[in-house]
Write a protein that binds this ligand. Structure first.
Ligand code: PMP
Length: 403
């Protein structure tokens, strides 16, 4: 059993009053709050070891480089990757997907080749492929949904042909809060010798991930959704793919030698990390993952699943409630009658309750559902059932005002 009250004490922002009421922060799928140890790490790096990494022979540069590379090892261990060179630091999920789309396509795809994505993808797993569609004539095939908003796996099987070069799908939907059968999705793709990119933005904070067990070819996530700072993220890629792929950005750090006649690229992971990395963010990401480890991701997952079950049960007591999909992770999307979700969000904000409303950067899914958007409550380890009770009271009050 986790002591949630003790955990809450580690998050300074949770003491905030919003319109004179205690903050009830239920927008964790957008970003999580940060524990004091992560906030302190940022200040500590600037106060005690700030120096550009990798380039210096001097003491501080070596200390900063060691701390950054220690974080790479922490990430490797956290996601069960085989080697540290398979961990590339990026700005987040979005940049990681853009990197793969761009570099993979440059190396392995030609006009007419196909990528498979799904109806429930976040825009950051749609638009990078659309850019390739425009620039390089690549085709996008889309996995449809079943009636209960699950991926239609039989339809997915039928999307493969000799032109299919990559599959790119979310592990957990940021709108529906449901987990896709990612192992099966990967197995099916591998039977066609097609690699799979897993968008782990919404799974990494809520599930034990082992990329080798999943046999994922690429796994991407953002630090800020797992208690780390904004602006730092990860691309895991199997070495065989990363080694073969063209670099994404060019610049310092990613080269072995440069001359005007020929440039040779650095080894992995540096080939994909052009320019000064966000070493402060990287070190703080390592600290955040150590913090998660100290609580235990399985403990976090079971607490959040319990909150999700409770939220679904309590939301369903509100007349006219519609919950979308089958949430099993840490987010629930809903509408009440024909009330616009933004109206609910605005009213309950006045009660100190933060939820997200709108299309959640997944417009094709929202269009598929034929709705204007949803209201989404999403949970982290520091949330409590009492906060869900406050949410339910808030929604009931908003509904009363709006009907
Ligand atoms: N994919 C999913 C499933 C997400 O939930 C998000 C963030 N909402 C992203 C991608 C994009 O993440 P970021 O903005 O941190 O790059």
């Amino acid at each position: 059993m986790l002591n949630i009250e003790d955990i809450r004490k580690e998050f300074p922002i949770l003491d905030t009053l919003v319109y004179n009421r205690p903050l009830v922060y239920l927008d964790n799928a957008a970003t999580t709050q940060k524990p004091k140890c992560v906030i302190d790490t940022i200040s500590e790096v600037y106060s005690t070891m700030n120096s550009n990494v990798h380039r210096g022979v001097h003491h501080l540069s070596q200390v900063a480089t060691c701390a950054m590379e220690k974080s790479r090892e922490t990430v490797r261990d956290f996601i069960g990757a085989k080697e540290c060179c398979e961990i590339i630091f990026t700005r987040g999920t979005t940049e990681s997907i853009n990197l793969v789309a761009s570099s993979f396509a440059e190396t392995f795809m030609k006009e007419g080749d196909e990528v498979i994505i799904s109806t429930m993808e976040h825009h950051s797993n749609i638009v990078p492929w659309q850019l390739l569609q425009e620039r390089r004539g690549i085709k996008i095939r889309v996995i449809p949904l079943t009636g209960n908003c699950r991926l239609d796996i039989e339809a997915y099987r039928n999307l493969f042909n000799e032109k299919t070069k990559i599959v790119s799908v979310a592990h957990v939907s940021n709108v529906l809060g449901s987990t896709n059968p990612i192992k099966e999705i990967i197995e099916i793709a591998h039977n066609h010798n097609v690699p799979v990119l897993v968008d782990g933005a919404q799974s990494i904070p809520h599930k034990k991930i082992n990329v080798q067990e999943l046999d994922a070819d690429f796994f991407v996530f953002s630090g800020h959704k797992i208690y780390a700072p904004t602006g730092i993220g990860v691309l895991y890629g199997k070495k065989k793919w990363l080694e073969a792929m063209q670099p994404y950005h060019g610049g310092g750090e990613m080269i072995k030698s440069v001359s005007f006649s020929k440039t040779t690229f650095n080894e992995l992971p540096y080939k994909f990390e052009a320019g000064t990395p966000d070493y402060v963010g990287i070190i703080a990401l390592g600290r955040a993952l150590e913090w998660v480890n100290s609580i235990g991701i399985e403990n976090i997952a079971s607490h959040e699943q319990e909150l999700t079950r409770y939220a679904v049960e309590q939301l369903n007591t509100i007349p006219g409630m519609r919950i979308f999909g089958e949430p099993d992770s840490a987010a629930v999307s809903f509408l009440v009658g024909d009330i616009h979700p933004a109206d609910i969000g605005t009213i309950i904000d006045r009660l100190g309750i933060a939820i997200r409303t709108g299309h959640h950067c997944a417009q094709p899914l929202i269009d598929h559902l034929g709705i204007p958007g949803t209201a989404r409550a999403s949970f982290a380890v520091y949330n409590t059932k009492e906060e869900i009770d406050t949410l339910i009271q808030g929604i009931a009050r908003a509904v009363k005002m709006l009907s």
